[in-house]
Design a protein around this ligand. Sequence first.
Ligand code: AMP
Length: 192
Amino acid sequence: MNIILLGPPGAGKGTQAERLVAERGMVQLSTGDMLRAAVAAQSGVGKRAKAIIGRGDLVSDEVVIEIISDRLDQPDAKAGVILDGFPRTVAQAEALDKLLSDKGMSLDAVIQLDVDDEALVGRILKRAADTGGARTDDNEETLRKRLGVYHEQTAPIIPYYQGRGALKSIDGMADMDAVSSEISAILDGGAA
Ligand code: AMP
């Protein structure tokens, strides 16, 4: 089973993905984590991505599509993947359709975590405090930029998936366990 977790920064995608990894043996594919690893390794991609991530803009579609394509080819992806932070543009969503079909893989659910922007600011600032400021983009100014980018560039993928009946929307403001239960119900073919 391959799924997308969709939602703005701080919506809880990473937390929910980690739970699915622990409970179902799925593999979390976070383009944000992969890009941060590239930055830390000072690879060519990392050097180009560093400033873009720091100011809260999106790395080019071409770069992230290639990263995801390579990652989907690794054997562990056969266990089922949770796409976390990808796709983030309609062009990425279209490319993902093609990648999955070329690789003989399915897309089984697109789960949107519906959250309130102002609550996100509080959550992210808490994450910044909890992690000792590990992420340079977890500050209020960059977060507001990332939220703007989400609404402008990523939200248009919601109707893209809605149009084909693939989208399940859940209340991301509920507590973590309730969100996990809703996700499980969707994955197990229950309620949406
Ligand atoms: P995240 O950890 O998902 O919040 O991603 C952190 C940053 O990495 C984003 O603000 C973007 O700069 C970059 N990034 C992550 N995923 C993508 C993507 N699918 N497309 C473009 N940029 C991305």
